[in-house]
Structure formats: C-alpha cells, structure tokens
Design a binder for this molecule. Structure first.
Ligand SMILES: CC(C)(COP(=O)(O)OP(=O)(O)OC[C@H]1O[C@@H](n2cnc3c(N)ncnc32)[C@H](O)[C@@H]1OP(=O)(O)O)[C@@H](O)C(=O)NCCC(=O)NCCS
Length: 394
C-alpha cells in the first residue's frame, strides 16, 4: 500500500497511478525516508500555467502532501514545503497554488484563500430557468477517445475568461476525460458537446449514479465539469444537464459564487449551494507575480499603492513595496515611502486573483489601512469584474 493510500484511506488503482505519473515531473517530487529507507512522507509540485487577471503565469501546483501518522508533527511537512517553495522560486514560477484538505495547514506557510468554491446539490425537478430563450443548436455525446480534440478548444476559451483556471496538457486531458474508477465500481464518464452553426460552444463531463426505490428513480447526476465558451453555450449545457431524464439530484463542485446558473435559475435556493474554500495561493516572488497581472476596471486602471509586507517563510518578499499602475500595467519596486497598507503574505495572496477586496480583508482585521483612502485605491486596482474560478483539483 502506498503512503498516499495509507494517509487518505482510498485505494488508488495502477491505471490512476499511471495517469498521475504522466502529468507529473518526477524531479519535482520531494519525499522523506525513515532510517530503514522506507517512504514516510511525500509531496510534489505540478507545473501549470495559471490564468491571472489579464494573462497567465507559470505556477507550481503543490500536491500529494502526505506524512505517515507515525511520523507526524516532527517537521516533515515544513521541510518539504521549504524544498517545494525553493524549487518553485528556482524555476521562475512566481506563485504556488494548492487545494487543502484542511485550510489551517497551509496558512502558516503564507498561503491565502484565493477563490471560493461553491458546491451544488440541486433539486432537478425545481430547476427551471427564470426566462425563456430561443432554443438553437444540438447536443452530441462523444466517446472518451474523440472528446479531447473537440472539448479542449472550448476549455481553452473558457480558461481565458476568469482568473484561477489551469492549463491542461494532453496527459491532463486523458486524466480528466477518461475513466479512472469504473474498475472499482465507479460510474462511467459521459461527455456531451453543444454545437451551433458557429461551432462547438460548450461541453460537460458527467456521470450517472443510478438508484431506485419503490416510487421510482432517486438517481444522481454528477457533473465533473461544464464550460461554455459563450453565454449561450453555458446556458444550454446546464439546461441539458438539469434535464437529463430519471435524474433527481444534480451534484457538482467548485463553481464560483457568481456562476451564471444562480442568475439563470428561477429558484436559486433549489440549487442547494454550499460555499467553502477553493484554491489557496502563495506568492513566491512579489515583483514577478504582481507585474504579471493587470489592474483596475477592464484591466486598464491607474493608481499607486505602497504596502508593508510581512513574510516569515519567504523572507525575500518581506518589506515595503510600491505598486505603480499605469493603464492597467504595474511596475513593482522596493520603496522607502510611507506605507498605505500593511498586510501579511497570505493577505496579498487573497487579493491576487481578484476574489477578495482589500476592504473585505480589512473588515476581517487582516489588512491594515495606514493612509485614509488606501482601501478604496486597493479595491479599484485589485478586484475583478468576475470572481476567480479554479474548477480543477490536483
Ligand atoms: C498535514 C500533514 C501533511 C502535516 O505533516 P507534519 O509533518 O505533521 O507537519 P509538520 O510537523 O511539518 O508541521 C508544520 C506545522 O504545521 C502544523 N500542522 C501540521 N498539520 C496540521 C494540521 N492538520 N492542523 C493544524 N496544524 C497542523 C504543525 O503543528 C506545525 O506547526 P508549527 O510550525 O507551528 O510547529 C500530515 O498531518 C498529514 O499527512 N495529514 C493527512 C493528509 C493530509 O491532510 N495531507 C494534506 C493534503 S492537502
């Protein structure tokens, strides 16, 4: 049994291991052995391009963090995190990202909550849209083998529309589109594409969990992901999913809180939404990360902010910085000027993708306003029209 199986209590089949290996770079895995050379801790970094406001940046995706119960609280995670963040920095990735099993584990290392994650448990019988619309286009079910060529371009467009999305290699598409748990009794993945005269505009990957009782079907539709490259595509693909016959409940994970579905639905409460933490982010190189995104309304803002940053785990980031923005583009330099704001590394991380305003962080007692009016300047620069969205765990 692998360390990961022992720690997470799941059986991981050989095919799933092989698919994971293909998206991984073994040089980026950091492990610990005991005195008899047995593996007792694992961690690794996956290489992604992360969509940020106005562009994309290389990002290190921290994954597979496990320490055997027998070796916990002896500093192994701390040592592995040191190695991982140093590796991220050496490779020129300015941010690290992760999904946390428990949020409290990573904040001490400078990670901040970067996106919300909204989960749905929707009542499909009460899922009508509030408005009618002209139906057009058709749906087509794809085989897993033919899917990537059709759906990847839709994803590529969706990926540019909000910060938080991740790039996908061909190996990632195999992992995402092909089955990895049918042999363990799991449900097969189905892939549907929505097409109009303008081409393919949306797709969904979903599974059917079939259950019946004396009154009929109580089955659940599990949506792995559904994206439209156009508003019409998003509207239609969700209509398709919510209308699948015999299904009673639709479950999905990791939507943004401002997903169009909440405005489409006649009864948003019946979507059964719950909110939790999504992607966690750590800024590893302040100047590169901050200069790598755009600022202000439409990514065209102007303004100057000086901030004092505390950063114990990556001390090269600590100190006073000036962010000078002209027509949306930033120049970030060390500064001796009086600071407008003071914050910790994890607070800047929460601001970075635009999902939390400076005012919201101040309201939580995290960012401190040192010059009156600085919160408003920060809000204008950092927040984005659409919430960031990371739909993919890794
Ligand atoms: C989470 C886990 C990796 C921590 O590993 P570890 O080697 O025990 O952690 P360390 O000894 O390096 O601890 C580093 C610090 O984090 C703290 N910490 C570690 N795990 C924590 C947890 N689950 N909750 C709160 N604090 C935690 C430690 O107290 C320590 O604090 P300090 O620096 O103030 O002394 C390990 O407990 C584990 O494998 N858990 C189950 C799997 C899991 O949740 N993995 C994470 C997947 S995202």
């Amino acid at each position: 049994m692998s360390v990961a199986e022992l720690v997470f209590g799941e059986t991981i089949g050989p095919e799933a291991v092989e698919r994971f290996r293909r998206v991984s770079d073994l040089e980026r895995f950091f492990t610990a052995l005991d005195d008899r050379d047995r593996l007792v801790a694992t961690s690794g970094v996956l290489s992604f391009q992360l969509t940020v406001p106005g562009g994309e940046l290389p990002a290190g995706g921290v994954t597979l963090v496990t320490v055997l119960p027998s070796h916990r609280r002896q500093g192994m995670l701390r040592a592995m995190m040191r190695r991982m963040l140093d590796d991220v920095r050496e490779r020129g990735e300015s941010v690290a990202i992760l999904w946390a099993s428990e949020g409290q584990i990573y904040q001490r290392f400078g990670y901040g909550l970067a996106t919300y994650s909204v989960n749905l448990e929707a009542d499909m019988r009460a899922s009508a849209y509030a408005r009618s619309w002209p139906r057009e286009g058709t749906f087509r079910l794809l085989t897993q083998e033919e899917a990537a060529g059709v759906i990847a371009p839709i994803y590529e467009t969706a990926r540019t529309q909000r910060a938080g999305f991740l790039s996908r290699t061909a190996a990632w598409w195999v992992r995402i589109a092909q089955d990895d748990d049918t042999k363990k009794g799991g449900e097969a993945k189905r892939i549907v594409v929505y097409e109009t005269a303008d081409g393919a505009e949306a797709y969904a990957i979903y599974k059917v969990k079939s259950e019946w009782n004396v009154r009929g079907s109580t089955s659940t539709l599990i949506v792995d992901e559904a994206f439209g490259s156009t508003p019409r595509g998003t509207l239609e693909i969700w209509r398709y999913l919510l209308d699948v016959d015999l299904m009673v409940t639709l479950k999905t994970w990791h939507l943004p809180a401002d997903h169009p579905l909440f405005l489409l639905a006649a009864q948003p409460r019946r979507l059964g939404a719950t909110i939790g933490d999504g992607l966690w982010l750590r800024i590893v190189d302040i100047a590169t990360a901050l200069e790598g995104r755009t600022y202000g309304p439409g990514g065209l803002g102007d303004g100057v902010l000086t901030f004092e940053l505390r950063d114990e785990f990556c001390p090269w980031n600590a100190g006073r910085w000036q962010l000078a923005v002209t027509a949306g583009l930033a120049t970030v330099t060390r500064s001796d000027a009086e600071a407008d704001l003071a914050m910790d590394a994890n607070d800047l991380a929460s601001l970075y993708l635009g999902g939390f305003s400076v005012t919201a962080l101040a309201a939580a007692g995290r960012v401190v306003e040192l010059r009156s009016g600085a919160l408003a300047v920060g809000d204008e620069l950092f927040t984005t029209a659409l919430a960031p969205w990371c739909p993919q765990e890794f």
